[in-house]
Design a protein around this ligand. Structure first.
Ligand code: MG
Length: 248
C-alpha cells in the first residue's frame, strides 16, 4: 500500500466549467455593450471569432510574445476589428478596456463546475488520510482566486500555484519544478490532473510527474504524441485511478 500522491489539479475546463461560464458572461456582455448594433453580427458569430482570437493570443502569451495587458485588451479590440471596427481608434480601445474589466468581474461570479467536480472534491476531502491538493493554473490571479471562492472550491486546496506568481507558465517544466519546490515534494510523489494535453499533460511529462488526462470529449492523440499515464472521460473515474494507485 503506497501513500496518497499529492494531487495537482488544473482549474479551467478541469474543475471550473470555463466554456459554460464564459458563454454566459459573453452573452451578457454582448447585450449590455450593444455589440449587435456596433458589429452588425449575431452573438454566435461574434463569440466564435472571439474564441479563435483569444486562443491565438493565449498561445502568444504562453510563448512570451504578448504581455498580459496586451492579451487582456487585444482579445476584445481584435474581435471588434474583425467586425469592421478600427482596433487603434481610441474609442474602440476604451471600449475594449471596459469589456476586459467587465469580463473579469462578471466571469468570476459564475459558478458552473465540470460534471462530478463537487462529488470528487468531497470524496477526496473525506479520504483517510486526506491527500494534499493543489491548483495549478496559467490564468490571471484576479480571475482565478475569486472564481474559486465564488464557486466554493477554494477550501479544498492546500496550495494555489499561479503562473503569474511562479514566473513560468505550463507547459514549461519550471512551472512544475517551482511548485514542487514550494511543496517540498518530489516529482514521483505527485499526480497532475488536467484537460489540456499540450499544456497540462506534456508539461507534467517534461517535469517527470505522472499525469491524468481528463479528456471528456474523447479527443484522439496523434501517433507521435506520448500517451499520458492515465486517461479519464469522467472526473469521477479519477476515484478508480487513485484507489488503484494507492493499493499498488
Ligand atoms: Mg484547463
Amino acid at each position: 500500500m503506497t501513500s496518497n500522491p499529492i494531487l495537482l489539479f488544473d482549474l479551467d475546463r478541469t474543475l471550473w466549467d470555463f466554456d459554460t461560464n464564459a458563454d454566459r458572461t459573453y452573452g451578457a456582455m454582448f447585450d449590455s455593450f450593444g455589440l449587435a448594433d456596433l458589429c452588425h453580427v449575431d452573438f454566435a458569430t461574434f463569440h466564435e471569432r472571439y474564441r479563435q482570437i483569444n486562443d491565438m493570443l493565449w498561445d502568444a502569451y504562453r510563448n512570451g510574445t504578448v504581455t498580459k495587458e496586451q492579451l487582456s485588451l487585444r482579445r476584445f479590440s481584435y474581435t471588434l476589428a474583425a467586425f469592421g471596427c478600427n482596433a487603434d481608434d481610441p474609442e474602440i480601445v476604451r471600449l475594449s478596456l471596459r469589456m476586459s474589466e467587465y469580463y473579469v468581474v462578471e466571469a468570476t461570479q459564475q459558478t458552473v463546475l465540470m460534471p462530478g467536480t463537487r462529488e470528487l472534491l468531497d470524496w477526496l476531502d473525506h479520504r483517510q488520510p486526506r491527500p494534499r491538493m493543489a491548483v495549478i493554473t496559467n490564468g490571471f490571479a484576479e480571475a482565478q482566486l475569486p472564481k474559486m471562492k465564488t464557486s466554493d472550491i477554494d477550501r479544498y486546496f492546500d496550495y494555489f500555484f499561479l503562473s503569474e506568481d511562479l514566473g513560468f507558465m505550463k507547459p514549461d517544466p519550471r512551472f512544475f519544478e517551482e511548485a514542487l519546490q514550494q511543496m517540498h515534494a518530489r516529482a514521483d510523489e505527485c499526480l497532475v490532473i488536467g484537460d489540456d494535453y499540450k499544456v497540462d499533460i506534456v508539461g507534467a511529462m517534461r517535469a517527470g510527474i505522472r499525469q491524468v488526462w481528463y479528456n471528456p470529449k474523447g479527443l484522439a492523440l496523434d501517433a507521435n504524441q506520448p500517451k499520458p499515464t492515465f486517461e479519464i472521460r469522467n472526473l469521477l473515474d479519477f476515484k478508480d485511478v487513485l484507489n488503484a494507485l494507492v493499493e499498488q
